[in-house]
Design a protein around this ligand. Structure first.
Ligand SMILES: Cc1cc2nc3c(=O)[nH]c(=O)nc-3n(C[C@H](O)[C@H](O)[C@H](O)COP(=O)(O)OP(=O)(O)OC[C@H]3O[C@@H](n4cnc5c(N)ncnc54)[C@H](O)[C@@H]3O)c2cc1C
Length: 387
């Protein structure tokens, strides 16, 4: 199958990564990580040693220079095998690497980006709250300045990977609520700071990192931890809706693409092995057609994802394409996985088969990173559809 004019360095990286996956992420371990909700830190460290976290980091800080297409390909391959490795990869390369490179202060970049590249340092996103979902600007967690410290109070919800992260990239309100887009600040809160408590939430999928309720009770951090330092204070909204948001949409699309790819491969192989009525079920037209449709949809998802990634690499304004990609790929990938599950019949519904994990993981993709409804709103607004 075509990889849509992949540059030679990305092809080489793809081959290296496929060998890494075979060696370091065998399916018996992948199943165990999922079952035990376990983060394999040693595999994450080996990914860093391979230089994979540097795909988002400028050369002057030890990375290879920002390469969205390569990052997307890495997310696709890793998440196609295991969310317990793919999720934390995103939290390192993107949540930490991309964000710091984009909006960190010079000092923060110099101090933290080499740690992303070398150690695979992980950030968790502390954006959502019990009463804050899509309406991010309504955030209630507060940050109060006291001397050279910021005192944080409030709670975050669905903070994925909070306990494996070095820092929680936390959105706080640092002024009156009336000016809801202005008085927002992003702050790096060490996950072992005094006053933080974690309570695990029991999610259906995305096992490995876990997702948490996080409570901040008078958590005190230096003002130097404000993302972007002085320039970042009360300025988080522009940081959140900037180019980083476009890449975030693509991260979720790439996850969905990887999961759908794995589901298609599993269903394709299964259909040729499973015999009923004296024939492999791949001989029955209904199964053949399901598989043909799944492959075609997957091809379309890949084209849309790579096209938007290439636009970002050319530094074009790709807000529209990335919203379309997020919407189309996540919804279509879900259709693909559910169709592939049907190909496996009853075996697609039991834990002994990987399909069951793919189904659990794919269901959240249209919700994360701006839901399908929010992307539809964005697309209409960007194209100025009359209200
Ligand atoms: C497994 C998992 C991991 C997550 N990880 C993180 C994380 O690490 N950090 C983090 O901060 N958050 C995380 N989230 C939260 C996720 O980003 C939110 O679920 C998402 O922002 C949507 O918020 P909500 O679920 O509260 O939905 P709501 O905003 O309450 O929306 C509910 C429904 O209403 C629709 N809706 C809302 N507003 C509109 C509108 N204006 N127009 C049309 N429809 C609308 C939505 O599309 C949705 O269908 C995670 C969630 C899950 C399930």
């Amino acid at each position: 199958m075509t990889n849509f004019h992949e540059a030679e360095h990305i092809q080489m990286l793809r081959e290296t990564l496929l060998r890494f996956i075979e060696k370091e992420m065998p399916l018996d371990l992948v199943r165990k990580w999922d079952r035990d909700n376990h983060f394999p830190r040693e595999v994450h460290a080996k990914l860093a040693a391979l230089g994979l976290m540097g795909l988002t980091v400028p050369e002057e800080y030890g990375g290879g220079g920002r390469d969205v297409r390569a990052t997307i390909m890495a997310i696709e391959l890793l998440c196609g095998r295991s969310m317990a490795v793919g999720g934390p990869y995103i939290q390192s390369a993107c949540y930490a690497g991309l964000n710091l490179a984009e909006v960190g202060s010079e000092r923060q970049k110099a101090e933290l980006l080499p740690r992303v590249v070398e150690e695979g340092m992980i950030f968790a996103y502390g954006i959502s709250e019990p009463d804050v979902g899509a309406d991010v600007a309504s955030v209630r967690t507060t940050g109060r300045v006291e001397g050279d410290r910021l005192i944080v109070n409030g709670s975050k919800r669905f903070c994925s990977g909070a306990t494996i992260a070095s820092y929680i990239y936390t959105l706080v309100r640092t002024g009156p609520r009336e000016d809801r887009h202005r008085n927002l600040t992003l702050v790096l809160i060490p996950s072992d700071a005094d006053g933080i408590t974690f309570e695990a939430q029991d999610a259906l999928g995305l096992k490995g990192t876990g997702t948490y309720d996080v409570t901040f009770a008078d958590v005190s951090v230096p003002l130097a931890n404000v993302v972007g330092e002085e320039a970042g204070f009360n300025n988080a909204w522009t940081m959140l809706v900037g180019p980083g948001l476009d890449i975030e949409k693509m991260e979720v699309a790439a996850m969905a693409l990887g999961i759908a790819s794995a589901a298609v491969e599993e269903a394709w192989a299964y259909a040729q092995e499973r015999v009923q009525f004296g024939k492999p079920i791949s001989a029955f037209q209904s199964v053949r057609h399901m598989l043909a449709e799944a492959r075609t949809k997957l091809h379309a998802c890949r084209a849309v994802t790579y096209q938007a990634a290439d636009a970002l690499d050319r530094a074009e304004d790709a807000s529209l394409e990335t919203s379309m990609a997020k919407l189309f790929v996540c919804q279509t990938a879900q259709e693909i996985v559910l169709a592939c599950q049907q190909v496996l019949g009853a075996y697609g519904y039991i834990k002994e088969f990987d399909m069951e994990r793919h189904v659990r993981d794919i269901l959240v993709m249209p919700i994360l990173g701006g839901s399908s409804a929010i992307q539809k709103n964005n697309i209409c607004n960007m194209l100025k559809l009359r209200k």
